[in-house]
Ligand binder design. Sequence first.
Ligand code: WTA
Length: 680
Amino acid sequence: MADSQPGSQHGAIDSVLNETRVFPPPAPERAGTPRWLVSSMDEYRAMHARSIEDPEAFWAEAAGELHWFEPWSKVLEWSLPDAKWFVGAKTNLCYNCVDRHVEQWRGEHIGIVWEGEPMPGGEPEVCRLSYAQLQTETAKFANVLKGRGVKAGDVVTIYMGMVPELAIAVLACARIGAVHSVIFGGFSAQAIADRVVDASSKLIITCDGAWRRGKVVPLKQNVDDAIDKLDANTVETVIVLKRCGNQVSRADGRDVDWHEQTNAASDDCPCAPLDSEHMSFLLYTSGSTGKPKGIQHTVGGFMVYTYLTSKYVFNLIPGLDEPKRDDAQNGQVFWCTADVGWITGHSYIIYGIMPTGVPTLMYEGAPNFPGDDRFWDIVQRHKVTQFYTAPTAIRAFMKWGDKHPKKHDLSSLQVLGTVGEPINPEAWMWYHRVIGGETCPIVDTWWQTETGGHMLTPLPGVTPTKPGSCTLPFFGIDAAIVNDQGKELPKGSGGLLAIRKPWPSMLRGIFGDRERFIETYWSKLPGMYFPGDGAHTDSDGYFWIMGRVDDVMNVSGHRLGTMEVESALVSHESVVEAAVVGMPHEIKGTGIAAFVTLGNGFDPTDDLKAALREHVGKQIGAIAKPDQIRFTGALPKTRSGKIMRRLLRSIAAGETLVTQDTSTLEDYAVVAKLQESEEG
Ligand code: WTA
């Protein structure tokens, strides 16, 4: 196997393995939860065994907890790599997130709690939307979409800040079977243009701007710039929500105002009964080529799997089966700090959480605005019970210091979660001690855009945890460590992570690229899904993720392809050739190092480095700006012309962030010669 990205392990996993500290699950009363849904490891093992031996019965039962307009004729039809779950059934994601609660008797209960960012000096801006309000708002906005010609199966692009209307837009698409493609607000105009073209999307929903650390990110301007890059009339409609009050242009006939439209729309728009396999959304993610790929998800299987993982992994017990009572949400408030622009936001802000009936909290802005304690202030004020974030954020909190969380009462917390990248044991311990008060279980959830939901994860209150390990498979997941040929390796070995059975929320394809779908996920290992991660198990069979084994970097928990950044660099007039590798980074986990060869007439100056960083920011987004750029006369290559990435990785890892000779030309070709025999 290829070597994994440096930095993703923080060099600490081995040391922890040596002392393997096991944290037993706390009793429910210590963690403040009414009870744990699964009560023992024996129960987990029995449920897991059943889910593997008789998946159809297991998933039929899970699906039975949700609403279907028409039942399935078969639970699973599987012909690798194509899965169909709940064949022939009809359902609707928006119905299960919103309408169902209203139909049952919980219309006045809160579905979404939202907090805005602006507040220097003022009161926090909070909005609580009941399921009944959400039903009205999603129906109205669905009618707006219909009025602009959107039909089931059409792709709607959403590029908004974290406002409640973002959830409404997503759910309105789900209501009528439109396929949403949400683009993270940190992506650039070029990235928007690429995605709009790939998905042939004719309608974009955006905001004038988004609040971020007290400043306005000009979303509408970015959309305008993206449209300028496209053929005329590609985009027919832009719906603009006013949020920040910044000046934006308004193109006649094309641009319409969110509120003008919704005020005039009827609130009568029943949820469309959609085929279980209907495409619910596309989400673009980075792979090992220059071009992000549109991952396709479904309605039925995606819904059932994200619902069941939400329920068990976060121990959500809203008490829906109990007689009508005011506290039927059991006082739980779930908060996932991701942006809806990533899969984590799709699955665990909206689609998996809302059907449970526990309110989901959305926060608009930065974790350190106006102060470094903003998140803990939110936890305290909203009495958050489940808190789900990324290791990169935890490392930043650690750095800002214990005094910020210590200012706040965090005793409402029942479960803590992490996602997106391997968590280093130091960060895990800090999370456990300072945020969890040593009584909250931590669920380290391993999964991907492609998997739709959690794959490897502890169950809170059940699974003994070890800092840095995502522990064991969720129900229905058959995971193994295999070698290059797909042969299973014994417990305790390292190799490639593989998933050997289909699961309901697995991706159904890469939009418009069947070949790449098969090539990327289904060709490396015979008969199995290949996620692209290296991992090992320990003697308890616990999984430890080592990081990507392909050319994908995990920067602050965000996926970026090395080739994507390289393509952005070489599109600059000064660059002849570029090689990008990951390097260890204290906060981001993996930082980006770029080795760049310049064309004749371009000087290797610090100004040019700054210009190149800006250029990458424009091509992709700020998250892709290299942390380090080194100019080199030539890139180190093997005799057969392959760039020696491993050598570049060790050069990048061996240096401090700011080198002494920032603007001199370095020559790695010499080092390459010395290393060549070793690297091959
Ligand atoms: C990495 C995010 C270690 C992994 C949900 C995977 C993790 C990629 C973990 C997917 C974890 C995610 N421990 N590594 N708990 N969770 N990863 O598609 O390399 O943005 O392949 O999905 O993140 O990133 P994606």
